[in-house]
Design a protein around this ligand. Structure first.
Ligand code: ATP
Ligand code: MG
Length: 425
């Protein structure tokens, strides 16, 4: 993509109202634009990052055998009355449709997916099933001051599973947990993400939250010391602040737990990037979803639900993987792998060399953002650092003459000169 054609304008400063680091950087880089608190437009680069995160989520959900569907955002009141949640969910956006009909904008989809499942589940032979969608959710959040971290309109992947037995749910639940950790690793948050015992399970004692360590987080977890330095399997587990006195959870993270050991735990600030629950039959019984078991007797499927937030993860990456100059995208989610800078667009030799490199890289299947504008080298370097593509390829008049390109790694700052046609990875 040529920068001269791109729907993007970087900014040195933005309104003081955007207090969070992710909103500051993503707005300055023209990745997103705020429409109101908690509501954003995604510009071309922002959409590329979001789409890549969602594609990784999709791949990992497909890999565990769940199937993608798409459910609506607009819900009739009746389905929320069936489960008794119309008046219980405080963040539910309610509106009036034609004929004064009560409607809601979906904050979650148990009320839609459970009746949907009854159209395909009749017998134990139809189970297990697992379906997910990646879709826009609406929650009337009281505080929406953290940029993409807390949207009133935001992206979520929600997966719902249906089982004949608790054991079958347990097995699938563990597979989802592993798939989630794989997603965090692929998007660059793996090192800092803890699996946290949390309250909020409906039919199980716990739900599990995935919490990413950062001082800008709104949540608090307790983990054993050393967690942030060396993350082994045991160190990956933490406890949410609501259940810090729970002996069973304490034993989960401190294998030889003795009363008083909780004093050894260290408190960390975190961002919740995912949450998985065992729902039991709470929704299947409310919605009348049944299957005939082997004896022909009707039973309610045992359900699990599994949420992950692509837009919040994008904000989390911006919060954590950035420096004073700007964003530092991990390769798998970067809008482009290479930001090619033509340092002297007014010079024919330099432009010829930069154009040629742009063609070569594209033919090699490399995603390139080509800064072909006739602006100062300083402006180009500052923009490239702000936008945060993993590699910067710099073509200047001297290099063009010698047939070399200077490559810089955005994360490490390491620079190297390579002949045209060679790249550093
Ligand atoms: P929180 O406690 O932060 O309000 P939650 O526990 O209500 O979140 P869940 O219902 O568990 O959220 O939603 C699943 C996932 O969706 C969360 O782990 C998070 O990644 C994402 N998510 C939830 N609310 C928001 C929001 N307002 N903006 C962006 N992402 C969100
Ligand atoms: Mg949650």
């Amino acid at each position: 993509m040529r920068r001269s054609h791109l729907f993007l304008k970087t900014r040195k400063e933005i309104s003081k109202e955007e207090v969070s680091r992710n909103a500051q950087l993503l707005t300055r880089g023209s990745y997103v634009n705020q429409v109101m608190a908690g509501v954003y437009s995604y510009l071309p680069l922002g959409l590329r990052v979001l789409t890549k995160i969602e594609q990784i989520v999709r791949e990992e959900m497909n890999a565990i055998g769940s199937q993608e569907v798409l459910m609506p955002a607009l819900h009739p009141r009746e389905i929320w009355d069936v489960t008794g949640r119309w008046d219980k969910v405080d963040v539910l956006f309610k509106l009036k449709g034609a004929g004064d009909r009560d409607l809601a904008l979906g904050p979650t989809h148990e009320e839609v997916v459970t009746p949907l499942a009854s159209t395909v589940i009749n017998s134990y032979r139809d189970l297990p099933q697992a379906v997910y969608h990646i879709q826009t959710k609406f929650r009337n959040e009281a505080r929406a001051k953290s940029g993409l971290l807390r949207g009133r309109e935001f992206r979520m992947k929600d997966l719902y599973s249906f089982h004949t037995t608790q054991e079958d749910l347990d097995t699938f639940y563990d597979r989802v947990m592993a798939a989630y950790m794989k997603i965090y690793r692929r998007i660059g948050l793996g090192e800092r993400t803890l699996i946290t015992y949390a309250s909020g399970g409906v039919f199980s004692k716990y739900s599990h939250e995935f919490q990413t360590l950062t001082d800008s987080g709104e949540d608090v977890v307790y983990a054993i010391p050393g967690t942030t330095e060396v993350l082994g399997v045991q160190e990956r587990f933490a406890i949410n602040s609501e259940i810090i006195d729970d002996q069973e959870a304490l034993r989960g993270i401190l294998p030889n737990y003795q009363p008083g050991d909780e004093q050894k735990l260290v408190q960390h600030k975190t961002i919740e990037v995912g949450n998985i629950f065992k729902l039991g039959t709470r929704f299947s019984s409310a919605c009348g979803l049944t299957f005939a078991d082997k004896d022909g007797k009707p039973q309610h499927p045992i359900m699990g639900c599994y949420g992950i937030g692509p837009s919040r993860m994008m904000g989390t990456i911006a919060e954590i993987l950035s420096d004073e100059k700007g964003l530092i995208w991990p390769e798998e989610v970067a809008p482009y792998k290479v930001n090619l800078l033509n340092l002297k667009a007014s010079d024919a030799t330099t432009t010829q060399a930069a154009d040629a490199l742009y063609d070569t890289l594209q033919r090699a299947g490399v995603e390139v953002l080509y800064d072909d504008r006739d602006v100062s080298a300083g402006e180009k370097f500052a923009d490239a650092d702000l936008l945060g593509c993993p590699w910067q390829a710099v073509v200047g008049p001297k290099g063009a003459e010698k047939g070399v390109v200077e490559w810089a790694n955005r994360r490490t700052g390491a620079k190297q000169e390579l002949p045209v046609g060679q790249w550093p990875w």
